[in-house]
Design a binder for this molecule. Structure first.
Ligand code: ADP
Ligand code: MG
Length: 311
């Protein structure tokens, strides 16, 4: 039994004459099976179709075809049960600035029909570290506090599944760590987590299962450990003393290579195949003088680029 299961899911957004946007096939025969109890990462670059999938789960977007079950309830024939099984933290913050956190949670509980004596307002505020802000106006909260309040809001009806759409896009390192801790704690307490992200690092840090989606198609899904081994890559940006555009692509046929200006080269490589020492050695052998090296862990988008360019 899965927490969420989708089969042959398709979404085609109709063309819009006003905005002159053409028809868009945002999900293409998308299949996914999310095990109960997991922290599942849906990973892909911007525009891949992640939010479309989340919004279908939330009944905010109508699928074009396919089948979706949430906690064994079909979203077409058992819509209410399906919706009751998920709490969703959307990509954009949407809080009423004139409500306090306590009021916001109370309102949300009312919307979900949670009786007054079953409400967990204090407990949820405590969970996301906002107890001392219970009676402050939402507009006075920092960006990070607002995000944490959104998590608490998604949990008022105690759903078995929590879904976070890009929870840490554009947030600072400290808040990211705190959100990750919140997510881990919830998962430990039994909640299945589905999150979308375009940061490889986030999926690596947090998730036990990962599916990669690009252009509406699922490219891969596997456990994290297996995936990381397959796509991990590193980058070296090397600055040379020589100012003529370095012609050394031939040296790096087994890596991704590009010239980044008159005296800079970028080499992206899989550490399973070659190490940084070998790369530097190859350059030196050609009588080039290295004056600076910087390393970088590429994000998923870079990895995609190198995969598609080298094929
Ligand atoms: P992601 O969340 O992975 O960045 P989205 O699911 O938001 O991707 O978008 C997938 C594709 O569908 C994109 O090309 C996007 O422009 C398009 N799209 C998203 N929402 C709409 C919409 N309401 N109408 C038309 N096209 C849309
Ligand atoms: Mg999105």
């Amino acid at each position: 039994m899965y927490a969420i299961e989708a089969k042959n899911l398709n979404k085609i957004y109709a063309a819009n004459k006003k905005t002159r946007s053409p028809e868009k096939h945002a999900l293409k025969d998308f299949d996914i099976q999310i095990p109960r109890g997991s922290i599942y990462g849906l990973l892909g670059p911007n525009g891949a179709g992640k939010s479309t999938f989340i919004n279908i789960l939330a009944s905010l977007v109508m699928k074009t075809s396919g089948e979706v079950k949430i906690w064994e309830s079909d979203i077409d024939s058992a819509t209410r049960q399906a919706r009751a099984s998920i709490g969703i933290v959307p990509q954009e913050i949407n809080l009423d600035p004139f409500f306090t956190p306590a009021q916001a949670l109370d309102m949300q509980a009312g919307l979900y029909g949670v009786p007054k004596d079953k409400r967990r307002t204090e407990e949820l505020l405590e969970l996301v570290g906002l107890s001392d802000k219970a009676n402050a106006y939402a507009r006075s909260l920092s960006g990070g506090m607002k995000r944490r309040l959104m998590i608490a809001k998604a949990l008022v009806h105690t759903p078995p599944i929590l879904i976070l759409d890009e929870p840490t896009a554009g947030v600072d390192v400290e808040l990211r760590q705190m959100l990750w801790q919140n997510v881990r704690a919830l998962n430990k307490a039994g909640t299945t987590i589905l999150l979308t992200t375009h940061y490889l690092e986030e999926a690596e840090e947090l998730c036990d299962h990962i599916a990669i989606i690009n252009h509406g198609k699922k490219i891969k899904d596997t456990t994290k450990d297996r995936l990381i081994g397959q796509i991990e890559s590193k980058e070296l940006l090397i600055t040379l003393a020589e100012t003529t555009a370095p012609r050394m692509a031939d040296l790096f046929k087994d890596c991704f290579f590009s010239n980044e200006g008159k005296n800079k080269v970028l080499i992206r490589y899989n550490p399973a195949d070659i190490n940084a020492g070998d790369i530097i050695e190859r350059i030196r052998k050609k009588k080039n003088t290295i004056i600076d090296i910087s390393t970088q862990e590429p994000d998923l988008e870079d990895v995609f680029l190198s995969l598609t360019r080298s094929k």
